[in-house]
Ligand binder design. Structure first.
Ligand code: AMP
Ligand code: FES
Ligand code: ZN
Ligand code: ZN
Length: 327
């Protein structure tokens, strides 16, 4: 028998077994918005005085996050980085189109776009093919470029908070991987908010306690169009293998992922796990090319990776501002 919404008895669009909660198309989005506000406050992510830049990939999580933050009345704009990833289907083009379509429906917000191949003369796969860091797979180069450019653009445009759409499934897969390898430094830094400082924007993950199926249901119920496909290079990635393992666990024990993640946060916050952990203090200097903080003398890792011919252009590579067209 189809379940009924706990609040109004209409047919439910989702049943969240871990919360013993089924909700309808009206009450579920409302619940997501209220829960997000609760997480933002609980982890002291930001307030209505902060300027928030949400990194949008065109996927369900980041577009849903942008939508929720707008509903909550935060000062929030979007940033899309065009990575030049094709995969035979125009993956990057489709992702960008989804972000543009969302922005066009929301006159109160701005979408900033930086196209990496246009700014630096090479797509992510081309950079990966030219450099050792790539080793045939562009994911590591991609991560480096995204981190650098998100931080640089947030700084250049005066946003002090950078939000990403990481969900519970993402966070738990990383937590599991870091625990299997006992990577204490990574574990100590895995938290819903990383403070700003030394030229780095504050990084926040307001959706870290929502399951992927919850963010997907939210996007669908709210009529947000998003890219369904994963990045074509993600296939075979270790985190995907861990996600599959954890999905099996979740199927047998509903709520297991949420329990694993929340117990980790509790051990950290209440029981002092990592309280004595001291991050190795490294001296930071501004990169000679882009001005961002780096521990390496001279150029930062990102600038060192760029083809020499385009290095002086980095400072000029400001993002284009997308002006939504309203019909
Ligand atoms: P992923 O690493 O692809 O799982 O993405 C994690 C988060 O990074 C997303 O939820 C977005 O917030 C952000 N992100 C990923 N790709 C892009 C992109 N091309 N442009 C802007 N933000 C992105
Ligand atoms: Fe960056 Fe796939 S390699 S999103
Ligand atoms: Zn209802
Ligand atoms: Zn640099």
């Amino acid at each position: 028998m189809p379940r009924k919404c706990r609040k109004c008895a209409r047919p439910a669009v989702i049943n969240m077994r871990q919360h013993k909660l089924a909700l309808c198309a009206e009450h579920f989005p409302e619940w997501v918005v209220n829960q997000t506000e609760r997480f933002i406050k609980k982890y002291r992510m930001f307030t209505r005085e902060d300027r928030v830049l949400v990194a949008v990939s065109g996927g369900k999580d980041s577009l849903a996050l942008w939508d929720v933050l707008l509903q909550l009345g935060y000062q929030v704009d979007g940033l899309y980085l065009g990575l030049g990833i094709d995969g035979g289907l125009g993956y990057s083009d489709e992702s960008r189109a989804m972000c543009e379509a969302f922005a066009a429906q929301h006159p109160e917000t701005t979408l900033h776009i930086l196209d990496i191949p246009a700014a630096y003369g090479e797509s992510i796969p081309q950079m990966a093919a030219r450099t050792r860091r790539g080793r045939g797979k562009p994911c590591s180069v991609c991560g480096l470029v995204k981190r650098h450019e998100m931080n640089r653009i947030a700084h250049d445009l005066g946003y002090n908070v950078l939000a990403t759409g990481h969900n519970l499934d993402d966070e738990v897969a990383v937590l599991f991987q870091n625990t299997l390898n006992w990577q204490v430094g990574y574990l100590a830094r895995q938290y819903p908010v990383l403070p700003e400082g030394d030229g780095f924007a504050r990084k926040v993950k307001p959706f870290c306690r929502f399951y992927e199926r919850e963010t997907a249901t939210y996007a669908i119920v709210r009529g947000i169009d998003y890219v369904y496909d994963e990045c074509p290079f993600a296939e075979g990635a270790t985190t995907i293998y861990y996600k599959e393992l954890l999905n099996k666990l979740e199927a047998d024990k509903p709520g297991a992922k949420l329990h694993f993640y929340l117990s980790f946060l509790r051990a950290r916050d209440k029981e002092g796990l990592f309280a004595n952990w001291q991050e190795e203090k490294v001296e930071l200097h501004p990169c000679e090319n882009c001005g961002q903080p780096t521990s390496a003398p001279g150029l930062c890792t990102f600038c060192r990776m760029l083809p020499e011919a385009v290095r002086p252009k980095v400072k000029l590579a400001h993002p284009l501002t997308f002006t939504p067209v309203h019909t």
